[in-house]
Write a protein that binds this ligand. Structure first.
Ligand SMILES: NC(=O)c1ccc[n+]([C@@H]2O[C@H](COP(=O)([O-])OP(=O)(O)OC[C@H]3O[C@@H](n4cnc5c(N)ncnc54)[C@H](O)[C@@H]3O)[C@@H](O)[C@H]2O)c1
Length: 380
């Protein structure tokens, strides 16, 4: 299938000399070689012809051949590394195995790692790109909704540590992001819902009009209807590019992207990263953090209800999949990266389209919000 240029959307992440394009379109995986050949002259020195595609077994079966064919047709040599799917792959053990394979194959510094897959592949491959021989070029080809609207943009790469999620990593911007919306057609519903979590987050933190668009078009978005999904991906990327360009290293504004994540990460941890997927945990985290804001009288009942109604309309799991303990969740939150001197901090919504920077909240108020979350899930 040839790419229809008219349907291609390009968004720039403006970071001075490290600015890069995000290409969004149906079928773009089949012309990836042409995109990479077009990398501007100044950057081409960092962009030699040796490429390494890192992908997982599920995505490899579906899309690897198309990407490989396009790269080879444009004169790139391609080495492929296929890993098993799943969050457990974001580990030092897996990174080490990839380093070994790159070294065994004498892959030098002048090469480009291409992450073809969801957020797990993107975070892991980006971490390897940032560290292998002190850094090689990196391209993101996200294939899940979550990765296309969020994780592939902004340069956060990393792996998990047994003592905490995303605790080892770097800020390492790609040369470009190539998001093929057609690949979303094969995503299972559970993965679509995960991506929706981040989509809804962007509406709540930055853009009430977009929140309303998502609310009105939810069935089309869940069904990955091409026009609706292309609009959603482009708007989320614009919003993320806006935030990242103002605060690349999360010293202030970028922290707002963590709305829902303090509780969300604790829920993921409680389920040993198996019971709940990242996006599901973030959806539930956003509910709990909205309850918190309401208890603190920071958001009106009407705005809090709109957030609750939106998330309740998403097909969520009807149980946590583990025994719910507010005490244990709070214990996990104390070791979250966002905690400061033992104070658990939250990004809280003031209204739809506007949130606070992280603020500390007393543990008894957190416990009450977690109990309300438990009720919310029981009533689903
Ligand atoms: N770096 C960041 O800024 C950032 C932001 C948000 C989330 N994340 C990270 O992203 C990860 C979650 O990413 P995810 O939700 O994409 O999960 P994932 O990468 O595990 O992908 C989910 C599943 O979908 C499969 N898959 C991928 N593309 C497919 C397709 N087109 N068709 C069918 N199946 C497909 C994968 O094989 C996998 O089994 C977490 O580790 C999270 O920490 C990172």
């Amino acid at each position: 299938m040839a790419l229809k240029e008219t349907k291609l959307k390009t968004i720039t992440v403006p970071l001075g000399k490290r600015s890069y394009p995000i290409y969004i379109g149906s079928g773009v995986r089949e012309v990836v070689g042409k995109f990479l050949s077009k990398i501007p002259a100044g950057k081409r020195l960092r962009f030699p012809r040796q490429t390494i595609i890192i992908t997982d077994t599920v995505v490899a079966r579906l899309y690897l051949e198309d990407v490989q064919r396009s790269l080879k047709a444009s004169g790139f040599s391609v080495h492929v590394i296929i890993i098993p799917p799943g969050e457990s792959q974001k580990s030092l053990h897996r990174a080490d195995a990839i380093y070994a394979e790159l070294l065994r194959n004498r892959i030098g510094r002048k090469s480009t790692i291409i992450a073809l897959g969801g957020g797990v592949v993107g975070d892991l491959a980006g971490f390897v790109a940032a560290t292998y021989q002190r850094g090689v070029s990196f391209v993101q080809m996200p294939t899940t909704l979550l990765a296309q609207v969020d994780s592939s943009v902004g340069g956060k790469v990393g792996i998990n540590h047994p003592l905490g999620k995303n605790m080892i990593g770097a800020f390492y911007q790609p040369l470009c992001v190539i998001a093929d919306t057609e690949t979303l057609q094969t995503l299972p519903e559970r993965e679509r819902v995960c991506g929706l979590g981040e989509v809804i987050k962007y509406g709540i933190i930055l853009d009430e009009k977009f929140f309303e668009y998502v609310r009105k078009n939810l069935p089309d978005i869940v069904a990955m209807q091409p026009a609706a999904i292309a609009h959603v991906i482009a708007r989320c990327c614009e919003l993320k590019a806006y935030v990242v360009s103002r605060d690349e290293k999360e010293e202030h504004l970028r922290a707002i992207l963590n709305f829902g994540h303090t509780v969300g990460h604790a829920l993921e941890h409680a389920g040993h990263y198996r019971s709940l997927k990242h996006g599901e945990a973030i959806l539930l985290g956003m509910i709990a953090e909205t309850f918190l804001a309401h208890q603190l009288k920071m958001i009106t009942a009407d705005n809090a209800q709109r957030i609750e109604d939106m998330i309740a309309a998403v097909p969520l799991p009807r149980s946590f999949g583990f025994i719910f303990s507010a005490k244990k969740l709070i214990h996990t939150m104390r070791s979250d990266k966002k905690s400061l001197e033992g104070n658990i901090r939250f990004v809280l919504p003031k209204k739809i389209g506007r949130v606070t920077l992280p603020i500390p909240v007393k543990e008894e108020i957190i416990a009450a919000a977690l109990h309300s979350l438990n009720q919310f899930v029981m009533n689903l």
